[in-house]
Write a protein that binds this ligand. Structure first.
Ligand SMILES: [Zn+2]
Length: 439
C-alpha cells in the first residue's frame, strides 16, 4: 500500500521527457516517488493510506534555494537603502558580532518556517553556529547543505583554530548525510577578498577528502573584481580560484554579477554552479548577472535569495520570476530565459549545485518525494492554460498549500507539522530583535 497518493493534479515534473502531466497522479512510498503518470495509466492496486485530491491545483518539485544566510532574517528590514560597504561594515557586521547562538537559532527556525510556507524544500546555507542549524534542519524536516564561510583577513589567522573550520569539521563528523541524507556538510570560502590562496588550498583539500561541495561568493560587485585585479596581478576572482585548483572539486558560487567572458568559459569548463540572486543584486545595486550568456555556455545557473538583510524575503518564486524578467530586460529579447528555463534554475539546476541531482529537483520515479502543491483556484492563477507559465509568472509563495520533504508533510493549509510557529515568531522578537537593535 502507498503512503500517499496525489490525484487529479496538474503536475510539473521538470523531467524533460514529459515536463507537464495534466490530470496526473503521483504515488509515494517510503519517502520516495513510486510513480508519476496520467490518471488512466495509474498502476493497479493504487490504494494509499492517504489520498490527496489535487483537483484544480499544481503539483511540482519543491524549490531549491541555492544561496542563503538563513538566520539573517532576524535583520529583515533593519538596514535598507544603503551603499553596500556602509550597509555591511556599519550595520550588518556589528550586529553579527553581537548575535548569540540563541538569536541565530531563532533566525534559522524563522527562516525555515518562511521557506516551507513559500515552497522551498532544500537550501544551501552559509553562516555561523551551523551545527546548531543542522539540529534545527533535522527537527523541522527540511533539507539543507550547510557551511560556515571561512574569513581569514589578518596575518595571525590560524586555520586549525578558526571557528568556521571547526564548525565545518563538526558538520562533517556529526551531520554529513544525517536525517536520511537530508543534511550535507559543505566546505566554504567566504570570498576571494576575505582570505588568501593558502587558505583556499587547505579548504579545497578538505572538500576533496570528504567529497564536499564548496560554497563561495564570486564577483558580486565591480569593486570586488577591480580590487582583485590589483591584488592578484590582473586576474579576476574566478581566474584566481581556477589557478589555485579550487574549481577541481564541485563549487557553488553565489552571484557572478561581474564575470568576464573568460571567467564564464572557466566556470563552464569546470562545471561550477552559479547561484543567481537577482533580488539581492538589485537591492544592493550590485548589478545584473549575465544569465543568458552563462546558460548558453552551459554553466549550471541556479537561484538563491541571499540573506534576508538584502532581499528581504525567502520567497523563491520572486527570484524565479525576476530571473526570467531581468534576462529579457537586460538583453532586450523577450525570448531570453523562458519560463521553463527559469523554473529549471530553481529545481533541477539547484539540485545539481547541491550535489543532489539524483535525489531531488524532478518529480520522477525513484526520486525523493520533495514536492509542493500550489493553490491554482485563486483569481490570480486562472485560467490555467500552462501550469509552467502560471507557476513562474503568476504564482507567489503564498499560493503554496502543501510542502513535503521525503514524503513527510511539513506544511499544509497554513499549518506547520514540525514547527511551533507562535513560539518561533516570539523567539525572533524576544531573543534576536533586541540584539539586532543593540538594546
Ligand atoms: Zn551571500
Amino acid at each position: 500500500m502507498l503512503d500517499i497518493l496525489i490525484k487529479n493534479a496538474a503536475i510539473i515534473t521538470m523531467d524533460d521527457s514529459r515536463p507537464v502531466i495534466n490530470g496526473g497522479c503521483l504515488g509515494i512510498l517510503d519517502g520516495k516517488i513510486g510513480f508519476v503518470c496520467s490518471e488512466h495509466d495509474m498502476p493497479r492496486g493504487g490504494e494509499a493510506r492517504r489520498i490527496i485530491d489535487a483537483r484544480g491545483n499544481i503539483v511540482m518539485p519543491g524549490l531549491i534555494n541555492a544561496h542563503a544566510h538563513t538566520a539573517m532574517c532576524v535583520m529583515r528590514g533593519f538596514a535598507d537603502d544603503m551603499r553596500l560597504d556602509k550597509w555591511l561594515f556599519e550595520h550588518i557586521f556589528p550586529v553579527e558580532a553581537r548575535l548569540s547562538e540563541q538569536a541565530v537559532c531563532a533566525g534559522v527556525r524563522l527562516g525555515i518556517a518562511e521557506m516551507l510556507a513559500s515552497g522551498t524544500t532544500s537550501f544551501s546555507d552559509m553562516y555561523f553556529f551551523e551545527p546548531k542549524a543542522a539540529q534545527i534542519v533535522l527537527e523541522t524536516g527540511i533539507r539543507a547543505n550547510l557551511c560556515n564561510g571561512v574569513i581569514a583577513l589578518d596575518e595571525s589567522y590560524e586555520f586549525e583554530r578558526d571557528r568556521a573550520i571547526t564548525e565545518i569539521k563538526e558538520l562533517i563528523a556529526n551531520w554529513h548525510n544525517a536525517g536520511n541524507g537530508r543534511i550535507k556538510a559543505d566546505a566554504s570560502i567566504h570570498g576571494e577578498y576575505t582570505s588568501s590562496p593558502w587558505v583556499w588550498r587547505k579548504l579545497h583539500a578538505l572538500a576533496a577528502e570528504h567529497g564536499l561541495v564548496t560554497q563561495l561568493h564570486l564577483s558580486e560587485t565591480k569593486k570586488e573584481v577591480d580590487e582583485c585585479r590589483i591584488r592578484r596581478g590582473g586576474r579576476t576572482p574566478a581566474r584566481a580560484f581556477f589557478d589555485e585548483g579550487i574549481f577541481d572539486t564541485p563549487v557553488l558560487a553565489a552571484h557572478g554579477v561581474w564575470l568576464t567572458d573568460e571567467d564564464m568559459d572557466l566556470l563552464a569548463e569546470k562545471r561550477v554552479s552559479i547561484a543567481h540572486c537577482p533580488v539581492s543584486n538589485l537591492k544592493l545595486a550590485s548589478g545584473i548577472a549575465k544569465v543568458r550568456q552563462l546558460l548558453e555556455r552551459g554553466v549550471n545557473v541556479c537561484l538563491g535569495t541571499d540573506g534576508c538583510a538584502s532581499n528581504n524575503s525567502h520567497d523563491l518564486f520572486e527570484e524565479v520570476k525576476l530571473a526570467a524578467l531581468l534576462a529579457k530586460g537586460s538583453t532586450l529579447d523577450p525570448t531570453a530565459v523562458p519560463a521553463y528555463q527559469a523554473l529549471r534554475m530553481a529545481t533541477v539546476n539547484g539540485a545539481r549545485a547541491q550535489g543532489r541531482e539524483n535525489e531531488i529537483g524532478m518529480l520522477k520515479s525513484g526520486f525523493d518525494a520533495d514536492l509542493i502543491m500550489l493553490d491554482a483556484q485563486k483569481a490570480n492563477m486562472r485560467p490555467l492554460y500552462d501550469p509552467v507559465s502560471t507557476a513562474v509568472y503568476s504564482a507567489r509563495g503564498s499560493e503554496v498549500r502543501l510542502t513535503m520533504v521525503q514524503g513527510r508533510v511539513l506544511y499544509e493549509n497554513g499549518e506547520f507539522t514540525t514547527i511551533d510557529i507562535e513560539k518561533t515568531l516570539r523567539d525572533a522578537d524576544e531573543l534576536a530583535a533586541p540584539i539586532v537593535q543593540g538594546k
